[in-house]
Design a protein around this ligand. Structure first.
Ligand SMILES: [Zn+2]
Length: 127
């Protein structure tokens, strides 16, 4: 599918961010996916393995977090997040649900190696 272009985007972003903080190696790239994003984390990992060869992201692992599905019940009107396999309104049990989200995709965080001692865990607020 479109994992290849997504992975190019992820890799470029990761390399830029790593460069900003002077990282020597990218270990983990954490991404967040909606359940209907159409993206398969294993495919992204496979493309990353290919694309990252010779870069500091070589060998980096993709860690994907799948978001719950946001729905609105057409019967009782309540909004809820569904993580179970059985998709039904948690309030009234209705199966008539409108899907509000599910195609999200974004890069959450990176885990990198930095040689200098510059608080390795803080990923924001650095200039
Ligand atoms: Zn309901």
């Amino acid at each position: 599918m479109h994992e290849l272009s997504i992975t190019e985007h992820i890799l470029q972003y990761a390399l830029e961010e790593a460069q900003k903080i002077g990282a020597q190696k990218i270990r983990i790239i954490r991404i967040v996916l909606g359940p209907f994003s159409g993206l398969v984390p294993e495919c992204i990992q496979m493309y990353l393995d290919l694309l990252s060869e010779g870069t500091i992201a070589q060998g980096a692992k993709i860690e994907a977090q799948i978001l719950p599905l946001k729905v609105r019940c057409r019967d009782c009107g309540k909004e809820s997040e569904i993580t179970r396999r059985h998709i039904a309104c948690p309030y009234c049990g209705s199966l008539r649900l409108q899907v509000l989200s599910g195609k999200e995709f974004y890069i959450d965080s990176l885990e990198v190696d930095v040689n200098e001692y510059k608080s390795p865990s803080s990923s924001h607020g650095m200039e």
